[in-house]
Design a protein around this ligand. Structure first.
Ligand code: TRP
Length: 454
């Protein structure tokens, strides 16, 4: 008997698992450092426009492709568009996911180091210079970051082999709301630090003079990365959705939750960074050197609170990263399992092992191997640049063309968007226009612009 394919158990589970994929280091770690590197408020505004104009329609498209086909993302195109080259879009997505996972898990590993440091109360009574030094020594060392990335990959592996409903859904349900509450509490402390106003200004007063082609591409790339779109991740999750799931509404919820948490993370990081004198353009270290200051300053008088809050925060951050690594791992595992008929467990093992292998090099590229560069980027930054700023947007162009032209012409778009109630005809038209023309052309222009072609 053919085994029935797994499904998410409830409506809330669907939203939380998708939001669990979207919310992660992209919001708390990558968003602030990209915003800091790209001048703040103006970047954020372009990012928000990208989320609404390009992000939401693509989330809906991925949901459709996944739910309609009920297979992994490469299989999905084969099923919906048999005997065409569309399957390469799915395959490209799997490759993109693989590359993302390899460097993402390095940063995810860092969160475990910070869980550990918090648990032994190592940050107590320390100042900014200590945190800055400590991070750079740690991230450039050989052994510990690799140890943590291996641990993180194994945690991911464990949830993946437990399966969709028991593993993914249940963990998201508990952790997401908790993280949300904790960040709100911490934002309250951060904005009341002395000198925090400069950080708030940085977030809300745009300086349009700083907007270059690079800033625009970074904002678009960040929207893709943060929403988990452009590589078939939400598509794979949607293959576990049931017929009743309302795709439009779910997409809006996911985008709202994700964006809200990113903005909150901005209000957590920048006021604190400005308050203690950390450069907003500090790069990937930004969050890791800023946050311990928040805990020390906010609860300096009550050490036990500083201890509890920092431990809890890093734990939740690690868990948010976990729900994201799970979602990427699932894309690749489902692909190998279904397309190559390898047992799910074995497929998962292949993914875990190869990611640990490449992840190790990404980690070493920040320390001993930092002189090996390509286009002036070490391996870690190269993976980040190539996936977020090139492969995801390229995937996005194809996904939106596939949904707007191919699925619409076959009537699949209309059917899938209307489950659980008809959609307003005007809204429908708008979506199709965005997917057919606006999103692909906008992304194309951003590329041309970035590479100096116009
Ligand atoms: N969106 C996640 C984050 O913000 C990371 C992530 C999960 C992702 N799945 C993805 C990024 C798919 C790009 C594509 O941390």
């Amino acid at each position: 008997m053919k085994q029935q394919r797994a499904k998410f158990g409830s409506k809330l589970g669907v939203v939380l698992a998708s939001a669990g994929s979207a919310v992660g280091l992209g919001n708390v770690w990558r968003f602030p450092y990209e915003a800091g590197n790209n001048g703040g408020a103006a970047f954020i505004i372009i990012y928000l426009i990208s989320v609404v104009l390009i992000g939401m329609p693509i989330i809906i498209s991925e949901f459709m492709i996944g739910r309609r086909s009920k297979v992994n993302t490469a299989g999905a195109y084969k099923k919906l568009a048999p005997n065409t080259s569309w399957k390469w879009v799915g395959r490209l997505g799997v490759l993109t996911g693989f590359l993302i996972l390899c460097y993402y898990v390095v940063v995810a590993g860092w969160t475990l180091e910070y869980v550990y440091q918090s648990s032994i109360n190592a940050f107590h009574g320390q100042d900014k210079d200590f945190f800055v030094n400590q991070f750079s020594i740690f991230s450039q060392s050989i052994f510990r970051p690799i140890l943590w990335l291996v641990v993180f990959m194994l945690l991911t592996h464990f949830v993946i082999v437990k399966g969709v409903e028991k593993g993914i859904e249940r963990s998201s349900k508990i952790m997401m709301p908790l993280l949300f509450i904790l960040i709100i509490v911490l934002v309250g402390f951060s904005v009341s630090l002395p000198g925090a106003q400069a950080g708030i200004d940085f977030l809300i007063i745009p300086d349009w003079g700083k907007v270059t082609p690079k800033v625009v591409l970074s904002a678009v790339g960040q929207a893709f990365f943060s929403l988990s779109i452009g590589m078939g991740c939400l598509c794979t999750y949607a293959s576990y959705f049931s017929k009743e799931t309302k795709l439009g509404r779910t997409a809006v919820s996911v985008a709202l939750i994700d964006t809200f948490i990113a903005i909150l993370a901005g209000f957590l990081i920048f006021p604190a960074a400005f308050s203690v004198g950390i450069e907003p353009g500090a790069g990937p270290s930004l969050v890791f050197v800023t946050l311990p200051n928040v805990f020390e300053h906010a609860f300096g008088g009550v050490p036990i609170l500083a201890y509890i809050f920092s431990l809890l925060f890093y734990l939740l951050l690690a868990m948010a990263a976990l729900t994201s690594t799970i979602s990427i791992h699932e894309v690749i595992t489902a692909y190998i399992h279904e397309e190559f008929h390898l047992e799910r467990k074995k497929a998962a093992r292949v993914v875990t092992a190869t990611c640990i292998f490449l992840g190790t090099f990404c980690s070493l590229s920040l320390g001993p191997f930092r002189n090996f560069t390509l286009f002036d980027l070490n391996l870690f930054s190269l993976f980040d640049f190539f996936t977020a700023k090139i492969l995801l947007p390229v995937g996005g162009v194809f996904i939106s063309i596939f949904a707007g032209w191919y699925l619409d012409k076959k009537g699949i778009f209309k059917e899938e968007i209307s489950t659980g109630g008809a959609i307003h005809p005007l809204l429908y038209k708008l979506l199709i226009i965005i997917l057919r023309y606006v999103a692909p052309i906008a992304i194309f222009l951003v590329f041309l612009n970035q590479f100096g072609l116009f």
